[in-house]
Design a protein around this ligand. Structure first.
Ligand SMILES: Nc1ncnc2c1ncn2[C@@H]1O[C@H](COP(=O)(O)OP(=O)(O)OP(=O)(O)O)[C@@H](O)[C@H]1O
Ligand SMILES: [Mg+2]
Length: 271
């Protein structure tokens, strides 16, 4: 089969949970070799979108493709292939607490390859070197800082040399310096492994640094899909709110209301 033009595509994808409509007739193609950054407010469906690409969620309507694999009705064999070829840095980035760093990073190798122990060791070493944590194999996750744990999760996400890496909020919870280390790693991995990346983030500084393309997801739809330059200069008020990190009036009123209620409670008053 010939390679598809895009590394991944969603075509007319809709997804609801009960009465909550999350993705609404969404269309997007992800270019090979590019880093696409997806921005959008909390609860708008960014993580749900990523989970459709690896087949963790299935759409109610529409089609999802990864390379030349149709994901939305993939059988078990294709799902295994997807998970081998796509690295996923989950939003919570959870490591297995009872496994050492080396076992965590090596887990996908055990699951998806027939490499022997020595070959696995070599790949684990390489992945840890890439994230700047060579020699940490014997440590347990509890001995590491939050930023180091993210980097270990990143090493695990790329240990199989995936064609596509999905990053769900890779810098959340990190201070600006540690966040920038992750940004540099995303760029370096892209250069060294030649993969494609999709990065969900709230972090504009990070987005500006790594994006070849920026997409704003709002209310389950794509409201802006542009080069970083076009995105940053867009006159669309929604995009500008995002670029400048401003809350809208509705958000502000909601928290002001909350403030008053909290103050009343603290003062022993009724609400
Ligand atoms: N498996 C699920 N079952 C039911 N509801 C879900 C499920 N997954 C997501 N949702 C709901 O879908 C909506 C979108 O969720 P999603 O996790 O994609 O948001 P997000 O844009 O990633 O937000 P955040 O920036 O806070 O991570 C939310 O209202 C969420 O509660
Ligand atoms: Mg999310």
């Amino acid at each position: 089969m010939t390679a598809a033009s895009y590394i991944a595509s969603l075509k007319n994808v809709s997804k609801s949970f009960g009465t909550l409509r999350v993705l609404r007739d969404l269309n997007i193609d992800f270019e090979r070799g590019q880093t696409t950054v997806i921005l959008g407010p909390s609860g708008t469906g960014k993580s749900v979108l990523l989970k459709h690409i690896v087949g963790l969620l299935r759409p109610d309507a529409g089609e999802v493709y990864f390379d030349d694999i149709r994901v939305d009705d993939a059988d078990e064999e294709h799902l295994v292939e997807l998970r081998r070829r796509i690295g996923f840095l989950f939003q919570m980035g959870a490591l297995f607490d009872s496994m050492s760093v080396g076992e965590n990073v090596g887990f996908p190798l055990v699951e998806h390859t027939r490499l022997n122990r020595a070959e696995r060791r070599e790949r684990i070493d390489e992945a840890l070197r890439v994230v700047g944590l060579a020699g940490t194999e014997p440590k347990m996750p509890a001995e590491l800082s939050g930023g180091q744990r993210k980097r270990i999760a990143l090493a695990r996400a790329v240990v199989l040399h995936p064609d596509l890496v999905l990053y769900d909020e890779p810098t959340t919870g990190l201070d600006p310096i540690r966040a920038d280390v992750i940004n540099e790693l995303i760029i370096r991995l892209n250069d060294e492994l030649g993969n494609s990346s999709i990065v969900v983030t709230h972090d504009m500084a990070s987005a500006k640094k790594i994006a070849d393309r920026m997409v704003l997801l709002y209310d389950g739809r794509i409201v802006c899909d542009a080069t970083p330059e076009e995105f940053l200069n867009s006159e669309d008020p929604l995009v500008q709110r995002f670029v400048q990190g401003r809350a809208d009036d509705g958000d502000l009123q909601a928290i002001r209301g909350l403030d008053r209620r909290e103050t009343a409670v603290q003062n022993g008053g009724g609400v």
